[in-house]
Design a protein around this ligand. Structure first.
Ligand code: AMP
Ligand code: ZN
Length: 128
């Protein structure tokens, strides 16, 4: 189970009991597994925005990137390194996009830090 998450300041308050991704990590909500280790879990996005759309989430509940602390530095690096490894395993040789939406203006809808991995098509820039 994830630990209780503190209020973080940008207006989202979650606990393991009401966090969607904590429920996925606990197995209470089904997901399509892509990768798993002791620190993180990766699964297919339920509403894919590209042919490959994977979410990489820490097993530790962190509300968002802005809620992360210096203690999370190695974990954040691990998430990015694993995302690159998944992209390689998925055969994304032409490149891909990694996205971390943070807070309301960043378009974050699930208050459990996650890295989006998008690939398999050419992606436009800038985003909307
Ligand atoms: P964000 O808007 O950056 O917080 O991203 C949340 C992502 O979670 C969205 O891309 C959703 O499609 C995805 N999502 C929501 N519910 C599920 C679910 N049950 N399984 C997999 N992905 C989900
Ligand atoms: Zn959570």
């Amino acid at each position: 189970m994830c630990a209780y998450a503190e209020y973080t300041g940008y207006g989202v308050h979650t606990t393991a009991m009401n966090c969607l991704f904590c429920s996925i990590l606990d197995g209470a909500i089904p997901s399509t597994a892509i990768y798993s280790d002791e620190l993180c879990y990766a699964f297919a996005d339920i509403a894919p925005q590209a042919p490959i759309h994977v979410l990489v989430v820490p097993r530790k509940h962190i509300d968002s990137l802005s809620a992360s602390t210096v203690e999370d530095t190695a974990l954040l690096g691990h998430l990015l390194k694993i995302t690159a490894e998944i992209a390689r395993q998925q055969g994304l040789k032409n490149g891909y996009r990694t996205v971390l939406n943070t807070g309301a203006d960043g378009g974050q809808t699930v208050a459990h830090l996650h890295v989006h991995l998008l690939g398999g098509r050419s992606l436009a820039w800038p985003p909307g």
